[in-house]
Ligand binder design. Structure first.
Ligand SMILES: C[S@@+](CC[C@H](N)C(=O)[O-])C[C@H]1O[C@@H](n2cnc3c(N)ncnc32)[C@H](O)[C@@H]1O
Ligand SMILES: Nc1nc2[nH]cc(C(=O)O)c2c(=O)[nH]1
Ligand code: SF4
Ligand SMILES: [Mg+2]
Length: 216
């Protein structure tokens, strides 16, 4: 093995161990969606996703190799430079990676840890709030159902209401249920969501409020 190959295999091992991760971006903003809508939060967006949602609003995240591999120490140091202590790990699909070391370090620094996930990979990490957004494009891994604190189903088609109800059967009874209109179809689906939630009151509506505020 030459030196470059050795560096590559060491990097692969460090990523597999969750000690270094492909980082697309990290930014301090307002959580726009779900339970913590309106809360200031530091977002850590990991690169890489193999789910392939046709309506994904961050398709540029999909290819993991496009993004720099960053040590978790550096990721957490940067998070510490902002006043908020709520962190949201998203992607891409963050559960493609072992999130145990990153969340352990965040917790040691006093962060509350939230995740946005499709649940398509085995669960890892120490999270205070797990937002599970299942997708028809890749079946969730069974490990997510006992972890989800919030089920947030994107509505893009009339059949997504049935898909949402099927997932609601599989999460814990304490799991909060939300429906979120797909952004490009919000004109058509928001009125349908309003009617649906009024007649199925175990559900709430989640809107992508950051897009209305024109913030990241
Ligand atoms: C970009 S995803 C990243 C995290 C993870 N891969 C997931 O899908 O949960 C973050 C959240 O945005 C939602 N989302 C993505 N594209 C959307 C769109 N066009 N309209 C509404 N919600 C969308 C996802 O369902 C998810 O809840
Ligand atoms: N402000 C803001 N809130 C968000 N909630 C979930 C997001 C995500 O992309 O995971 C997101 C995002 O990209 N921005
Ligand atoms: S799982 Fe998330 S990041 Fe991946 S394609 Fe779907 S919405 Fe985009
Ligand atoms: Mg987003």
């Amino acid at each position: 093995m030459d030196t470059l190959d050795q560096v590559a295999s060491t990097t692969q091992e460090l990523v597999a161990a969750g000690l270094q991760l492909p980082l697309m971006e990290a930014f301090y903003t307002i959580q726009g969606e779900g339970k913590f809508t309106g809360h200031p939060a530091y977002f850590i967006r990991l690169g890489g996703c193999d789910v392939g949602c046709v309506w994904c609003d961050v398709k540029e995240s999909w290819e993991a190799g496009k993004w720099p591999i960053v040590s978790i120490e550096k990721i957490v140091d940067d998070a510490c430079s902002h006043p908020g202590r709520l962190v949201v790990i998203t992607g891409g699909e963050p559960l493609m990676y072992n999130l145990n070391p990153l969340t352990k370090l965040l917790k040691e620094k006093g962060f509350t840890t939230n995740i946005e996930t499709s649940g398509a990979h085995p669960f890892s990490g120490d999270f205070d709030w797990v937002c599970f957004s299942p997708k028809k494009f890749k079946k969730p891994h069974p490990s997510i159902y006992d972890q989800a604190d919030e089920l947030k189903v994107v509505i893009f088609h009339d059949s997504d209401f049935k898909f949402a109800e099927e997932h609601a059967q599989s999460v814990r009874s304490s799991c909060e249920l939300r429906l979120q209109p797909e952004w490009s179809k919000a004109d058509i689906f928001t009125p349908k969501l309003i009617d649906y939630v009024k007649s199925h009151p175990s559900w709430k509506i989640s809107l992508q409020t950051h897009k209305f505020m024109d913030i990241p």
